[in-house]
Design a protein around this ligand. Structure first.
Ligand code: CU
Length: 129
């Protein structure tokens, strides 16, 4: 029996390696808690799908916001600063967008949440492979 439990645990661990988890993080801005997930871990050059779940102070899903994601890279030798914008659309109570990283390296991603005429944002730094 002990051996069976052991084998099952090994399977679980091995399975975890095969099915790598999303790139996930939780950030706060004002009353909002924003849970962010990117479907590539690590994020890669090209298209990456990002979803942001926004909850208010009462832990209720925010579904009436306008969410825009700004992402870019500061200027570097031989490359001017790059800045892109992606509008997010609501899917399953989460805001979804596709980010297209044109090169590897450090990218700054800002999620802007506008609701009731007020904009709040969360920032994250993504190391693109
Ligand atoms: Cu660059």
């Amino acid at each position: 029996m002990k051996r069976l439990v052991m084998a099952f645990m090994i399977l679980l661990v091995a399975g975890g390696v095969v099915y790598a988890k999303d790139y996930e993080m939780t950030k706060k801005t004002g009353d909002y808690t924003v849970k962010i997930a990117i479907d590539k871990n690590p994020p890669v050059t090209g298209e990456n799908n990002i979803v942001a779940e926004i909850k208010d102070a009462a832990s209720k899903n925010v579904t009436d916001a306008i969410v825009v994601i700004d992402y870019g890279m500061p200027a570097m030798p031989g490359m001017p600063a790059m800045n892109y914008k992606a509008g997010a659309s609501l899917k399953d109570k989460r805001y979804a967008a596709t980010l297209n990283f044109s090169m590897s390296g450090p990218w700054a991603v800002t999620i802007k949440i506008t609701r009731g005429g007020k904009t709040q944002s969360v920032k994250l730094n993504v190391d693109v492979k």
